[in-house]
Design a protein around this ligand. Structure first.
Ligand code: SF4
Length: 372
C-alpha cells in the first residue's frame, strides 16, 4: 500500500527492500524542508512514524548534515547507541546488537527508547527526542533466537535470559512430567546451549554436545524458500553417536518455526540409535505470522498453526514435545512489556494491511522458487 502510494507520487523504487520504502518516505518528508537542522530531521521522522506501520530501526545518512537513527514507536526492533573517544574527540555509533559496539570499545551503550530519534550533526553533537511513544513491545524473539548470547538487549544480558529459559522449562518438566526418564540433555547448537545447560543442571542430568554444527552453513530459518532450507539442513548438523546411542535424549532447541530443522534433528537422533527423543523448545508454539520483519509472514508455513501440541509432536516424530509457555517466557525475560504476537496473536500495532502483505510475500516467494 505504501509502495503504491509512492508510485502514485512517481517515486521510482528499484528493489524489493523495505529499507528503500522507508528511505523514500523519509526523503520525501525531509525534502519538504519542514524546519532547520535537527528539527527538520525530526519532522521527517515524525512523517515516517505516521506513514509506516510496523517494526523498524533505521540509521540514515543525511547528506552534508549528519546521521540520524530512529526506532519504531513500539520499539519492536532493536537499536542501540554507543560512544567512545577517538583522538580526544567523542564519537558515536549505532547498531542493532550491543556486542557490535562493545567489541569496538564503545561505552555508554544504551537502547534507543520506543519512538526515539537521535540526530548527530557534523560536529558530533547529539540531539535526541522521543517523537512518538506507543506501548513498548520489543520483540521477544530477539532474546530467544536472534541476538548473539554475548549481547545485552533492553538492559538484560541475553545469556542470563537463556539460562532462565532453561530453568523455567525444567520447572515445567518437574511439575508435569516428573517421571520422564532422561539420560542426557543435548542442545541444538548454538542458540539453545545456555538454556540446555541450565535445564540439565536443574534436572540433575548430564549435559553433553550431541550435535555438531557445520560452521559453513548459515541459519536455515532465514533462507527464503523451503527447498534451500531443506538442502542446507542436510549439511548443517552431524550427530555424535557415542553420546546418543541407546539413551533417552532431551534435545533443547530455541524455537520451532516451520519444523524443518526439528524434524530432521529427531530423525538424525533416531538414526544414531537414540532410545527416546524428547524435544524441548524454549519458545512457545508459534501459531501466528510476524509482520515486523521476521521471516514468517504466512500462517500456513508454521508447523504449529492450527494444530495441538500432540499433533505437532506426531508430525515431528518425537516421543515427547514440550514447549515453553508464555508465562514462563515472560518470567525468564523479566517483563511483560514485549511483543509476543507470533505466540498470542496480540499485535502491538494495527493489522489492517496484513492480507495485502501476505499476498505480496506469496508472490515474492513464487518468484524466488521459480529461479531455484
Ligand atoms: S511477532 Fe514474534 S517475531 Fe515478530 S516481532 Fe513480535 S515477537 Fe518478534
Amino acid at each position: 500500500m505504501l509502495k503504491e502510494k509512492l508510485r502514485k507520487k512517481r517515486v521510482y523504487l528499484s528493489s524489493n527492500s523495505d529499507a528503500e520504502v522507508l528511505l523514500q518516505v523519509f526523503g520525501d518528508a525531509y525534502g519538504k524542508g519542514n524546519g532547520d537542522g535537527h528539527e527538520a530531521v525530526f519532522n521527517a521522522v515524525k512523517e515516517v512514524h505516521k506513514e509506516v506501520i510496523g517494526g523498524y530501526s533505521v540509521v540514515a545518512l543525511v547528506a552534508n548534515k549528519g546521521i540520524t537513527a530512529f526506532r519504531d514507536p513500539n520499539g519492536i526492533r532493536p537499536l542501540l547507541i554507543g560512544e567512545k573517544k577517538v583522538n580526544g574527540k567523542k564519537i558515536c555509533a549505532f547498531a542493532s546488537e550491543s556486542i557490535a559496539l562493545s567489541i569496538q570499545g564503545y561505552e555508554n551503550i544504551r537502547d534507543l527508547k520506543p519512538g526515539e530519534a537521535v540526530f548527530v550533526d557534523k560536529n558530533m553533537k547529539q540531539h535526541s527526542r522521543i517523537l512518538e511513544s506507543g506501548i513498548p513491545a520489543p520483540c521477544v524473539f530477539e532474546y530467544v533466537y536472534f541476538s548473539t548470547v554475548e549481547s545485552v538487549y533492553e538492559g538484560r544480558p541475553i545469556y542470563e535470559v537463556r539460562k532462565k529459559l532453561g530453568e523455567e522449562l525444567a520447572a515445567k518438566v518437574k511439575k508435569h512430567w516428573p517421571d520422564l526418564e532422561v539420560d542426557v540433555v543435548i542442545p541444538v547448537p548454538d542458540t539453545s546451549r545456555a538454556a540446555a545447560n541450565s535445564l540439565a543442571k536443574a534436572l540433575g542430568v548430564p549435559y553433553e554436545e550431541g550435535l555438531i554444527k557445520n560452521r559453513y552453513i548459515g541459519r536455515t530459518f532465514i533462507m527464503p524458500v523451503q527447498k534451500l532450507r531443506e538442502n542446507a539442513m542436510k549439511l548443517k548438523l552431524k550427530p555424535i553417536e557415542s553420546v546418543i546411542k541407546g539413551k533417552n535424549i532431551v534435545v533443547v532447541d530455541d524455537s520451532i518455526v516451520r519444523g524443518t530443522t526439528s524434524k530432521r534433528i529427531v530423525q538424525l537422533l533416531r538414526e544414531s540409535g537414540a532410545k527416546k527423543v524428547y524435544f524441548l523448545s524454549t519458545f512457545p508454539p508459534i501459531r501466528n505470522p510476524c509482520y515486523y520483519g521476521i521471516d514468517f509472514q504466512r500462517e500456513e508455513e508454521l508447523i504449529a498453526h492450527g494444530k495441538t501440541i500432540e499433533e505437532v509432536e506426531k508430525e515431528m516424530g518425537a516421543d515427547k514435545l514440550i514447549y515453553m509457555d508464555v508465562e514462563g517466557l515472560r518470567k525468564a525475560v523479566g517483563t511483560d512489556k514485549l511483543c509476543t504476537a507470533c505466540v498470542t496473536g496480540e499485535y502491538p500495532t494495527t493489522t489492517e494491511h496484513t492480507k495485502e502483505l501476505t499476498s505480496l510475500r506469496k508472490k515474492h516467494i513464487a518468484q524466488i522458487t521459480s529461479k531455484c
